[in-house]
Write a protein that binds this ligand. Structure first.
Ligand code: NAD
Length: 253
């Protein structure tokens, strides 16, 4: 039956940036669909752990700073040691730095590109090697942004990274479809998390953004649940290289 193809029972999912916000929300949704979760983050994932365990699934936390490639081997080996295999990777960890392009520093460029694009690529590469060795395919979901489609303002490294994420999602899908690996993206709209705290606290920007969202509200982590479960499930086996916007209509405007 159709709903069975959305089930993730027996699957193991790595979710980066699971300590808060969208990552925590997606970890909960994947667990409710039946997956055990490996949460990767710089800070404690206690919130995600509680939600995953409340859904009756197991949770492994791996503390890692994804600004460098050092943690990649630990993440893969730690997951295999605990769960024996990997089925799903959600590349969600991301940072943003806001400054006028004219004053933007090299550090704010490098940090954002490293976390949001470089590590996303090399972690995907490492996990894809595991998928190939396991011989059962796998699912990779990359978290993109409205700034994969649009230019934005005062976020030059973020726009560059997120535009890169959408392009890379297509490339990886092209190369890895033959192994039964699906690589897709989710482009969240304006979601109420730490990442957008500064925008929501700026009364003028908050009103401008809300006025442009057809749904008339900021998104929530729960809003991504259906999209991530779908893209990580058998129901999406023939969906490849596509970035699905979950944006309250922002891009349609
Ligand atoms: P958030 O700041 O609330 O959470 C970010 C998560 O990434 C945290 O768990 C953090 O620990 C982790 N992280 C950041 N840097 C890390 C590092 N160096 N090493 C390990 N973990 C690191 O942000 P969020 O809004 O939940 O964003 C999640 C993803 O969604 C990001 O990729 C972000 O760019 C993207 N996104 C967010 C929005 C939004 O409106 N909030 C919109 C579009 C895309």
């Amino acid at each position: 039956m159709i709903l069975d193809s959305f089930h993730l029972s027996g699957k193991t999912a790595i979710v980066t940036g699971a300590s808060t916000g969208l990552g925590e929300g997606m970890a909960e949704a994947l667990a409710q669909a039946g997956a055990d979760i490996v949460g990767v983050a710089r800070s404690s994932c206690d919130g995600a752990r509680k939600k995953v365990e409340a859904a009756g699934r197991k949770f492994l936390e791996i503390n890692a700073d994804l600004v460098s490639l050092e943690p990649i081997e630990r993440i893969v080996e730690g997951t295999k040691k605990e769960f024996g295999k990997i089925d799903i990777l959600v590349n969600n960890a991301g940072i943003i730095r806001r400054e006028d392009a004219i004053n933007f520093t090299e550090k704010d460029w490098d940090d954002v590109l490293n976390v949001n694009l470089k590590t996303l690529f090399f972690l995907s590469q490492r996990v894809a090697k595991e998928f190939v060795a396991q011989g059962n395919g796998g699912k990779i979901v990359n978290i993109a942004s409205m700034l994969s489609y649009q230019g934005g303002i005062r976020v030059p490294s973020y726009t560059s990274a997120k535009s890169g994420v959408m392009g890379l999602t297509r490339l990886l899908a092209n190369e890895w479809a033959k192994y039964g690996i699906n690589v897709n993206g989710i482009a969240p709209g304006y979601m109420a998390t730490n990442n957008t705290k500064a925008l929501r606290e700026d009364a003028q920007r908050n009103a401008e953004i809300l006025g442009r969202i057809p749904a008339g509200r900021w998104g929530t982590p729960e809003d991504l649940g259906g999209a991530v479960v779908f893209l990580c499930s058998r129901a999406a086996d023939y969906v490849q290289g596509y970035t699905l916007a979950v944006d309250g209509g922002w891009l349609a405007r």
